[in-house]
Design a protein around this ligand. Structure first.
Ligand code: PLP
Length: 385
């Protein structure tokens, strides 16, 4: 039986574990102590945690003391948003880990429209903040959520400009940098945010670990209360192995950011031109604005995304549907809907996302697979929803 070579192009869901992360995790498994213990074993575990804190901080230009390790970006977002805010301002491009706790909080949620190009207009934000202040929310009781790069489209927001508007008014800013980290350079100070969320598994570290970076002096109500870990900002014994892997992945990502991003963008462009040559009706979302170098959301009108994703999977290529998928049910993508795409387009979206291990051969195999399933030429299975 011949073994099918798999091609993995779903880095925005989870990036494969980097060898440096695996190695650091294996070494950390042998550190017996609890990082809170004062003996030599405890101090060894503590040293692993603190070394990782430094590399994670360096990835985004923050201070190590500002890094709180969490179980992921979802916990980081919940920590910021679960209480304290009278008004939470956000756009529909935000990940459910931001919209979920915002809607569940006692605060009022102000949702802003986005432009057709997927970007948030600075004047829309300025008007909304002024409106909320006029309605009675003190600026210091308001937080604005700004996503740096979108998980579906890869579209990058001008967080520095948007954040300056919020800060000028006196509001706080929380930035979801999960998809941008390790793919484009991030300078937390230039972005001007008070809180920044990171997730290890998107940059080649293990799953179930992430970080909340809190600017010194920014108000925080811990989500997990108990022991005094993470300077009383997140209770619970630190996941030393996962933190070690996260630190190693952050360091590897930081070293390669510029040159690798350039390479990945070249592979992504080759993929898009190849797809377009075979399927002239194909639409690439976000081509006119700044996008992550690794992400390509394409739409083949007349074919449901699930059909394409399953056919590609059977041909050995792992990609994602552009639609939000929860509990196995594919629903309409709020991101594409907010950009003004109709159901016929939104239901045909397929996301290719590349990363640290993607090669030219992967792109060639993917194009070969696409040619064998050729969505646009094999008729339509799309009926109006
Ligand atoms: N934010 C974005 C943009 C994401 O893509 C994801 C993961 O899909 C998250 C947040 C949540 O990250 P985590 O898996 O660490 O909770």
């Amino acid at each position: 039986m011949t073994r099918v070579v798999r091609t993995y192009l779903d880095y925005n869901a989870t990036a494969p574990l980097r060898p440096q992360a695996r190695e650091a995790m294996l070494a950390a498994l042998d550190a017996a102590g609890n990082p809170s213990s004062v003996h030599a074993e405890g101090r060894r575990a503590r040293a692993i945690v603190e070394a990782a804190r430094e590399t994670v901080a360096a990835l985004v230009g923050a201070r190590p003391s500002e890094v709180i390790f969490t179980s992921g970006a979802t916990e980081a977002a919940s920590t910021v948003l679960h209480r304290r805010w009278q008004t939470i301002v956000l756009a529909p491009v935000e990940h459910p880990c931001v919209t979920g706790p915002a809607l569940a909080s006692e605060g009022r949620v102000r949702e802003l429209p986005i432009a057709r190009d997927g970007r948030l207009d600075p004047e829309t934000l300025r008007g909304a903040i002024a409106g909320e202040i006029e309605r009675g929310t003190p600026a210091a009781q308001m937080v604005v959520a700004l996503q740096l790069a979108n998980n579906e489209t890869g579209i990058v927001q001008d967080v520095a400009a948007l954040s300056a508007i919020a800060k000028e008014a006196g509001a706080f800013v929380v930035c979801d940098a999960v998809q941008a980290a390790g793919r484009i350079a991030i300078d937390r100070d230039a972005l001007g945010c008070d809180f920044l969320m990171l997730s290890s598994h998107k940059l080649g570290g293990p799953k179930g670990i992430g970080a909340l970076i809190v600017r010194e002096g920014a108000p925080l109500s811990p989500l997990l209360i108990g022991g005094g870990q993470e300077k009383r900002r997140r209770a619970g014994t630190e996941n030393v192995e996962a933190i070690a892997g996260f630190g190693a992945a952050a360091q590897a990502a930081a070293t390669e950011t510029g040159q690798r991003a350039h390479l990945v963008a070249g592979l992504r462009d080759a993929l898009e031109s190849g797809l377009r040559r075979m399927s002239p009706g194909l639409v690439v979302v976000g081509v006119d604005v700044e996008r992550l170098p690794n992400t390509s959301l394409v739409v083949s009108p007349g074919r449901r995304s699930e059909t394409t994703v399953i056919s590609l999977d059977m041909a050995g290529v792992a990609v994602s549907s552009g639609s939000a998928c929860a509990s196995g049910k594919v629903s309409r993508s709020p991101v594409l809907a907010a950009m003004g795409f109709g159901d016929d387009i939104a239901q045909g979206a397929v996301r290719f996302s590349l990363g640290w291990a993607t090669t030219q051969e992967d792109i060639e195999r993917c194009l070969q697979a696409w040619s064998s399933i050729r969505p646009a030429d094999k008729g339509s299975d799309l009926t109006a929803a």
